[in-house]
Design a protein around this ligand. Structure first.
Ligand code: FAD
Length: 476
């Protein structure tokens, strides 16, 4: 009998439960159905589409190499499209790995029901998480709202070992028709992706290589280096994880192995695994609070007095022209390579939502379009956390001071000098606050504020006070 494996956010061969199950059949046909409308308001943004294009190319090549094939089809009706492939191939079973976004959960439920009524065996499995959102529960059966107890509970559950790639069965007598990846039109019309190619290698092999590099060069010392945007101190696995080119189970197993084979400080390993835990927590929250991408979990923030007339400020923020160096460095990094260091995501988010008082959903949307790792769960959790309106968020009154953050986490200015080269010649002392530099120093460094580099868009101290006053308003 023939089985279909419907690939979605699990673009890999190893540790892929649906692929393993489908491979038990006499024939197994891997399919990818492209229908962005399924994702409702959250169809992949431009940077994600770039990634998807290259990831599908890579997956298709590895399936070819394994004697199989990836059948790609583009459609406006996913159920119809699957039914067509089922009828063309005589498939009797369909396997997929679950996704946890509200629109996709709904779609999958509808499809499962309809195809089961057609008489097909339909199975869904978990490839994306250490534990699924409903598996980690409090003693009273409820779900968690705070990270620490969530992670403690998850960590106490026995780890599930990752599985190797299955041997794929003999090809079917005839392959159904598919389309080339190019026909999906995922790549940008204008070539803003120039720097993406130097930075990223989408696909399963690229994911494994990134993990390997991280284990060898950055896991040791991670706990400290992870906060320093000027160093290659983190794994950069986020886009690979989003598209399921690697699984958290594989990551956890590799880290544990590395810890056993070499002498690694526990706090580095724990710190890294707990970041992977934040990703799990984000999925847990999104599953239990499906409105998280639009609506603050703390309802008081629905009435937050946002600033008026912010179009120019928003544009300056997006373009990395706020006049605040660490913020501009982050926003330019994001634009150039589709990724931003986590510490800097927090800093730019705090400036946007607190100093500029622009709604967090606006920043969330910009990240959605520009991040190669854009992920509904992690992005919406991150923005609510920054705004202070989410589950287990930082308290609102903790407003980042971007100058102090820069001085603390980029003390030698490697990060700012890389992304804001017009400030390169400024001494460290003034690099994070060029407006505080004496005229002569600016002149020597070739910096003319308001000309070669913008003056700060907001006064940090006043805007901080205004933000706190606005917060008092919604509290009372
Ligand atoms: P590492 O430090 O190597 O961490 C390993 C893995 O743990 C990451 O790949 C990621 O999957 C996970 N992780 C780490 N930190 C977090 C976190 N705070 N929340 C959830 N998962 C985490 N991450 C996304 O994957 N997609 C997003 O769309 C996204 N949007 C964000 C928006 C804001 C405002 C903020 C503050 C954070 C956001 N993050 C998002 C989380 C975090 O910034 C990235 O996961 C991280 O920077 C990715 O780099 P890395 O793979 O080198 O991380």
């Amino acid at each position: 009998a023939t089985a279909l494996i419907w690939l979605r956010r699990d673009l890999r061969l190893a540790d892929n439960p649906a692929m393993i199950a489908a491979s038990q059949h006499r024939h197994c046909i891997p399919v990818y159905v492209h229908n962005p409308a399924d994702e409702g308001d959250w169809a992949p943004g431009a940077a994600s589409r770039w990634w998807l294009h290259h990831s599908l190319k890579a997956l298709s090549a590895s399936l070819d190499k394994a004697g199989s094939r990836l059948i790609i089809r583009s459609t406006h009706d996913t159920l119809d499209c699957l039914r067509a492939i089922i009828s063309e191939t005589g498939a009797e079973a369909l396997y997929w790995n679950r996704v946890y976004e509200p629109a996709l959960i709904k779609r999958d439920q509808t499809i499962k029901l309809a195809l089961r009524e057609d008489g097909l065996a339909v199975h869904s499995l978990n490839a994306a998480l250490l534990r699924e959102p409903w598996e980690v529960t409090r003693r009273d059966g409820g779900h968690y709202r705070a990270f620490t107890p969530f992670w403690r509970a998850l960590s106490a559950m026995p780890p599930i070992a990752p599985e190797p790639a299955p041997e794929l069965p003999a090809p079917p007598p005839a392959w159904p028709k598919g389309q080339p990846v190019e026909s999906l039109g995922l790549l940008p019309g204008i070539p803003w992706d120039r720097h993406f190619h130097d930075q990223w290698r989408p696909g399963e092999a690229g994911a494994n290589a990134a993990l390997e590099t991280f284990l060898e060069s950055a896991l040791q010392g991670y706990d400290d280096a992870r906060d320093r945007p000027g160093q290659a101190g983190t794994s950069r696995l986020s886009p690979h994880l989003h598209w399921g080119e690697i699984s958290p189970r594989q990551i956890r197993a590799a880290v544990t192995r590395q810890q056993q084979e070499t002498v690694l400080p526990d706090h580095d390993v724990e710190s890294f695994l707990s970041e992977v835990g934040w990703r799990e927590f984000a999925h847990h929250l999104l599953y239990h609070f499906p409105h998280m991408p639009q609506d603050p979990l703390d309802a008081r923030f629905r009435h937050f007095p946002w600033a008026a007339d912010t179009a120019d400020a928003l544009r300056a923020w997006e373009r990395g022209r706020t006049g605040i160096p660490i913020v501009d460095a982050g926003m330019r990094e994001l634009w150039a390579i589709g990724w931003m260091h986590n510490r800097v995501r927090m800093i730019v988010g705090s400036l946007l939502t607190k100093n500029l008082r622009i709604p967090w959903q606006t920043g969330e949307a910009w990240f959605w379009d520009t991040l190669v790792d854009a992920d509904l769960a992690s992005n919406s959790m991150g923005w609510q956390w920054i705004q202070g309106c989410g589950a287990d968020a930082a308290p609102y009154f903790r407003i980042f001071n971007p100058v102090r953050q820069g001085e603390r986490f980029d003390p030698e200015g490697h990060y700012v000098r890389r992304w804001v080269p017009e400030l390169r010649a400024l001494p460290d002392k003034y690099l994070h606050s060029p407006w505080s530099a004496p005229e002569q120093i600016l002149r020597e460094a070739g910096v003319r504020l308001g000309d070669t580099y913008p003056r700060p868009l907001v006064d940090l101290a006043t805007s901080r006070k205004d933000a706190l006053a606005a917060y008092q308003d919604i509290r009372s």
